[in-house]
Design a protein around this ligand. Structure first.
Ligand code: ADP
Ligand code: MG
Length: 157
Protein backbone atom coordinates (compact mmCIF):
# COMPACT_ATOMS: atom_id res chain seq x y z
CA UNK A 1 0.00 0.00 0.00
CA UNK A 2 1.31 3.43 -0.91
CA UNK A 3 -0.37 6.61 0.21
CA UNK A 4 0.39 10.29 -0.36
CA UNK A 5 -0.10 12.26 2.86
CA UNK A 6 -0.11 15.98 1.97
CA UNK A 7 0.43 17.52 5.41
CA UNK A 8 0.82 16.91 9.13
CA UNK A 9 -2.95 17.17 9.64
CA UNK A 10 -3.58 14.34 7.20
CA UNK A 11 -0.84 12.33 8.88
CA UNK A 12 -2.58 12.87 12.20
CA UNK A 13 -5.96 11.86 10.74
CA UNK A 14 -4.45 8.66 9.37
CA UNK A 15 -3.70 7.23 12.79
CA UNK A 16 -6.65 8.69 14.62
CA UNK A 17 -9.29 7.25 12.34
CA UNK A 18 -8.49 3.56 12.57
CA UNK A 19 -11.53 1.47 11.70
CA UNK A 20 -10.42 -1.48 13.86
CA UNK A 21 -8.08 -0.29 16.60
CA UNK A 22 -8.12 -3.77 18.14
CA UNK A 23 -6.21 -5.12 15.15
CA UNK A 24 -3.14 -3.05 16.09
CA UNK A 25 -0.93 -5.49 17.95
CA UNK A 26 2.38 -7.13 17.27
CA UNK A 27 5.38 -5.35 15.76
CA UNK A 28 5.35 -2.28 13.51
CA UNK A 29 8.54 -0.85 12.02
CA UNK A 30 8.58 2.84 11.07
CA UNK A 31 11.41 3.78 8.73
CA UNK A 32 12.21 7.22 7.35
CA UNK A 33 14.65 10.11 7.69
CA UNK A 34 14.67 12.60 10.56
CA UNK A 35 11.51 14.68 10.39
CA UNK A 36 9.72 12.23 8.09
CA UNK A 37 6.81 11.97 10.50
CA UNK A 38 7.42 8.71 12.37
CA UNK A 39 6.72 10.17 15.81
CA UNK A 40 3.77 12.14 14.43
CA UNK A 41 2.27 8.89 13.16
CA UNK A 42 2.93 7.06 16.46
CA UNK A 43 1.20 9.88 18.34
CA UNK A 44 -1.89 9.70 16.13
CA UNK A 45 -1.95 5.89 16.31
CA UNK A 46 -1.93 6.12 20.10
CA UNK A 47 -4.84 8.57 19.86
CA UNK A 48 -6.61 6.15 17.54
CA UNK A 49 -6.11 3.42 20.12
CA UNK A 50 -7.70 5.61 22.76
CA UNK A 51 -4.68 7.03 24.58
CA UNK A 52 -5.42 10.63 25.63
CA UNK A 53 -2.23 11.55 27.51
CA UNK A 54 1.02 13.11 26.42
CA UNK A 55 3.11 11.34 23.79
CA UNK A 56 6.73 12.41 23.66
CA UNK A 57 9.52 11.23 21.42
CA UNK A 58 11.63 8.50 23.10
CA UNK A 59 14.80 9.70 21.35
CA UNK A 60 16.64 9.93 24.69
CA UNK A 61 14.75 7.39 26.78
CA UNK A 62 14.77 4.75 23.98
CA UNK A 63 11.48 3.31 25.20
CA UNK A 64 8.17 4.84 26.25
CA UNK A 65 5.48 2.48 27.54
CA UNK A 66 1.78 3.36 27.32
CA UNK A 67 -0.84 1.55 29.32
CA UNK A 68 -4.10 1.21 27.43
CA UNK A 69 -7.31 -0.37 28.62
CA UNK A 70 -6.64 -3.71 26.95
CA UNK A 71 -2.93 -3.77 26.22
CA UNK A 72 0.45 -2.14 26.49
CA UNK A 73 1.86 -0.09 23.63
CA UNK A 74 5.63 0.31 23.52
CA UNK A 75 7.20 3.12 21.51
CA UNK A 76 10.84 2.44 20.77
CA UNK A 77 13.23 4.89 19.07
CA UNK A 78 16.59 3.36 18.21
CA UNK A 79 18.14 6.51 16.71
CA UNK A 80 20.76 6.71 19.45
CA UNK A 81 21.43 3.00 19.65
CA UNK A 82 25.11 2.28 19.01
CA UNK A 83 24.74 -1.48 18.54
CA UNK A 84 21.79 -3.82 18.21
CA UNK A 85 23.12 -5.84 21.15
CA UNK A 86 22.22 -2.93 23.47
CA UNK A 87 18.64 -4.05 22.93
CA UNK A 88 19.28 -7.30 24.77
CA UNK A 89 19.22 -5.62 28.21
CA UNK A 90 15.88 -4.02 27.36
CA UNK A 91 14.47 -7.51 26.96
CA UNK A 92 12.77 -6.30 23.84
CA UNK A 93 11.81 -9.79 22.69
CA UNK A 94 10.06 -10.48 25.98
CA UNK A 95 8.14 -7.20 26.02
CA UNK A 96 5.22 -8.33 23.93
CA UNK A 97 2.49 -10.44 25.45
CA UNK A 98 -1.14 -10.87 24.48
CA UNK A 99 -2.42 -7.92 22.47
CA UNK A 100 0.59 -5.69 23.08
CA UNK A 101 1.90 -3.45 20.31
CA UNK A 102 5.49 -2.42 19.64
CA UNK A 103 6.08 0.64 17.41
CA UNK A 104 9.73 1.08 16.41
CA UNK A 105 11.48 4.12 14.90
CA UNK A 106 14.90 3.45 13.31
CA UNK A 107 14.35 -0.34 13.42
CA UNK A 108 17.27 -0.90 11.03
CA UNK A 109 19.59 -0.09 13.97
CA UNK A 110 18.24 -3.02 15.94
CA UNK A 111 18.30 -5.55 13.14
CA UNK A 112 19.12 -9.03 14.36
CA UNK A 113 17.87 -8.44 17.90
CA UNK A 114 14.61 -6.61 17.23
CA UNK A 115 11.67 -8.87 16.36
CA UNK A 116 10.77 -8.90 12.66
CA UNK A 117 7.79 -6.68 11.82
CA UNK A 118 4.19 -7.65 11.18
CA UNK A 119 3.85 -4.33 9.38
CA UNK A 120 6.72 -2.44 7.78
CA UNK A 121 6.03 1.28 7.23
CA UNK A 122 8.38 3.53 5.24
CA UNK A 123 7.81 7.30 5.15
CA UNK A 124 9.49 9.29 2.34
CA UNK A 125 9.54 13.01 1.67
CA UNK A 126 7.49 13.89 -1.41
CA UNK A 127 7.30 17.58 -2.25
CA UNK A 128 5.72 19.36 0.73
CA UNK A 129 4.14 16.13 1.93
CA UNK A 130 5.07 12.56 2.60
CA UNK A 131 4.54 9.20 0.98
CA UNK A 132 3.76 6.28 3.24
CA UNK A 133 4.48 2.81 1.95
CA UNK A 134 3.23 0.04 4.18
CA UNK A 135 3.99 -3.61 3.64
CA UNK A 136 2.23 -6.34 5.60
CA UNK A 137 4.62 -9.16 6.47
CA UNK A 138 2.12 -11.34 8.36
CA UNK A 139 -1.68 -11.81 8.51
CA UNK A 140 -1.63 -9.51 11.54
CA UNK A 141 0.02 -6.86 9.38
CA UNK A 142 -2.75 -7.31 6.78
CA UNK A 143 -5.34 -6.64 9.48
CA UNK A 144 -3.56 -3.49 10.58
CA UNK A 145 -3.37 -2.25 6.99
CA UNK A 146 -7.08 -2.90 6.50
CA UNK A 147 -7.92 -0.70 9.48
CA UNK A 148 -6.16 2.40 8.14
CA UNK A 149 -8.41 5.09 6.67
CA UNK A 150 -7.90 5.09 2.92
CA UNK A 151 -7.59 8.85 2.23
CA UNK A 152 -9.09 7.62 -1.04
CA UNK A 153 -8.47 10.59 -3.26
CA UNK A 154 -4.78 10.42 -2.44
CA UNK A 155 -4.19 6.72 -3.06
CA UNK A 156 -1.73 5.75 -5.73
CA UNK A 157 -2.00 2.15 -6.89
P1 ADP B 1 10.37 11.79 12.90
O1 ADP B 1 9.87 11.12 14.13
O2 ADP B 1 10.22 10.92 11.66
O3 ADP B 1 11.78 12.27 13.03
P2 ADP B 1 8.48 13.87 13.55
O4 ADP B 1 7.15 13.19 13.54
O5 ADP B 1 9.11 14.16 14.85
O6 ADP B 1 9.48 13.06 12.60
O7 ADP B 1 8.39 15.26 12.77
C1 ADP B 1 7.77 15.33 11.53
C2 ADP B 1 7.57 16.77 11.16
O8 ADP B 1 6.99 16.81 9.86
C3 ADP B 1 6.61 17.50 12.08
O9 ADP B 1 6.99 18.86 12.12
C4 ADP B 1 5.27 17.32 11.41
O10 ADP B 1 4.39 18.40 11.69
C5 ADP B 1 5.65 17.30 9.95
N1 ADP B 1 4.82 16.35 9.19
C6 ADP B 1 4.33 15.18 9.60
N2 ADP B 1 3.64 14.56 8.64
C7 ADP B 1 3.69 15.37 7.57
C8 ADP B 1 3.16 15.28 6.23
N3 ADP B 1 2.45 14.24 5.84
N4 ADP B 1 3.43 16.28 5.41
C9 ADP B 1 4.16 17.33 5.82
N5 ADP B 1 4.69 17.47 7.05
C10 ADP B 1 4.45 16.51 7.91
MG1 MG C 1 10.86 10.53 15.88
Amino acid sequence: MSLFVPDAGAMDALGRELSQPASWRGVVWLQGDLGAGKTTLVRSLLRGLGYAGRVKSPTYTLLEPYELADRMVYHLDLYRLAAAEELEWLGVRELLTGNDLLLVEWPERGRGVLPEPDLDIVIDYEGEGRRITALAKTPLGEQMLASLPSLESEITP
